[in-house]
Write a protein that binds this ligand. Structure first.
Ligand code: GLU
Length: 450
């Protein structure tokens, strides 16, 4: 059996860490099994769905490198849904209900007051034709519920293990709104059938939906439902729920504001909450060997941005020059070479940090010289070229011996003369990159041209 999976986001908000995790895990699952990855846009909620969000989802996936083999949109499939609806009505599996939201809320309240679970009582099944006509004459439009078959519903979840529901604890789900539009559950199951989806990987907020979907698969004509994997929801670092509104963790923000690497995000989300330790990967191949859906635990993992940032640094420290040179050129650093990259790379947390190092190395720098006599003496003690990363120590040892200065009194004036700033990248790495000529010019207080 060839694996066919889908990532089915609703375009009702920017794609965020919580839902992109389902994308990462589903995509990796497809890659691991040489399968087919469908991007399905669940846009049945026409009011809340926006093109802007759909574009954001696509841009986010593309930036992460999660290419899809095929794309589908529920909005384009209304005819197919209408045909299935007609069939389910004919089979008596959809029934029309005329209760208003207020009436349903009252029923639930009364049930709860009696200590009963708030399950729909199927009163609509007892309506006579006459009563229905009366409702219609009053201007009421029916919504339609799917009639569950009594009994147990069971499946072996790839993450949760055996799961069991009983229909006596479930309400018949509403599949069609009063305006006649189909709801997510119906469209999703029809799509999963039509696309021959073999595995559904999604958040555990869908566990109870899966129970009713399993009966719907059968009613619509697919005897064996897909296999299911329900991932625990991600919590934020404080243990709260991650929501779409938690904008600081949208993919857009991770990319634009946090400046993180796609492979850091993928490495993090692929293993977060699994029994494998999180490691930095720069390529998918080795990650696939470690990745296994069945290794996810049932406990909710925490999404700690600081941890992701630390992982980002580790990913960058492994990235070869060839992997970044195009992006460096886009940042205006087309003359930055492999030697510079290799020297500076271990000090970067984010790629953008390289800008500080480049500016200090190449200028323009306005040297800040507060004690010209000291700086002049230091200049006369510069070791001869060629310089390496040990030159800084050699030099400052010599300056220390000659002047008796140490600690901050020794380093700060040198830093200020060489960089014009009180803090910044490590000078041991920078000194050979700045080079003897520029170092001497800066120590002499010469301002560089922009
Ligand atoms: N549109 C649904 C969601 O974003 C899809 C769930 C599913 O994978 O079926 O939650």
């Amino acid at each position: 059996m060839s694996v066919r999976v889908r990532f089915a986001p609703s375009p009702t908000g920017y794609i965020h860490a919580g839902n992109v995790r389902a994308a990462v895990v589903t995509w990796l699952f497809a890659k691991k099994h040489n399968g087919h990855f469908l991007l399905r846009i669940d846009d049945t909620d026409l009011e809340r769905s926006k093109d802007e969000y759909e574009q954001d989802i696509e841009a986010g996936l593309m930036w992460l490198g999660l290419a899809w083999d095929e794309k589908a949109r529920q909005r384009d499939r209304m005819d197919r849904y209408a045909a299935v609806i007609a069939d389910l009505k004919a089979k008596g599996r959809l029934y029309d209900c005329y209760e208003t939201q207020e009436e349903l809320a009252l029923k639930r309240k009364a049930q709860l007051a009696q200590g009963l679970p708030p399950i729909y009582d199927r009163a609509a099944l007892k309506l006579t034709q006459e009563q229905k006509e009366k409702f219609t004459a009053q201007g009421r439009r029916p919504h339609w519920r799917f009639k569950l078959v009594d009994g147990a519903i069971e499946w072996d979840d790839m993450i949760r293990g055996p799961v069991k529901f009983d229909t006596k604890d479930m309400s018949d789900p509403v599949l069609i709104r009063e305006d006649g539009s189909p709801l997510y559950h119906l469209c999703s199951v029809i799509d999963d059938i039509d696309h021959d989806i073999t595995h559904v990987i999604r958040g555990e907020d869908h566990v109870s939906n899966t129970a009713m979907h399993i009966q719907m698969f059968k009613a619509i004509g697919r005897e064996t439902p897909p296999q299911f994997a329900h991932m625990p929801m991600i919590m934020d670092a404080e243990g709260g729920k991650l929501s779409k509104r938690l904008g600081s963790l949208s993919v857009k923000d991770l990319r634009e504001n946090e400046g993180l690497e796609p492979m850091a995000i993928i490495s993090f989300l692929a293993l977060l909450g699994s029994s494998e330790s999180i490691e930095p990967f720069t390529e998918i191949g080795p990650l696939l060997e470690k990745f296994d859906v069945s290794k996810f635990s049932k406990g909710a993992p925490k999404f700690d941005l600081e941890e992701l940032i630390r992982l980002n640094a580790k990913v960058i420290h492994q990235m070869p020059f060839s992997a970044v040179c195009t992006r460096l050129a886009e940042m205006g650093l087309s003359t930055l070479d492999e030697h510079f990259w290799n020297a500076v790379r271990p000090n970067l947390t984010r790629l953008a940090d390289i800008m500080d190092w480049w500016t200090v190395a190449h200028g323009p720098v306005a040297p800040a010289i507060d004690d010209p006599a000291f700086i002049g003496q230091a200049a006369s003690l510069l070791p001869p070229a060629p310089w390496t990363e040990t030159t800084w120590k050699e030099w400052t040892d010599a300056v220390k011996a000659a002047t008796g200065r140490k600690g901050k009194d020794l380093f700060m004036p040198l830093r200020r003369a060489l960089t014009g700033m009180d803090h910044g990248p490590e000078l041991a790495v920078l000194l050979p990159l700045i080079g003897p000529e520029k170092v001497m010019a800066r120590l002499q207080g010469r301002r560089e041209a922009a």
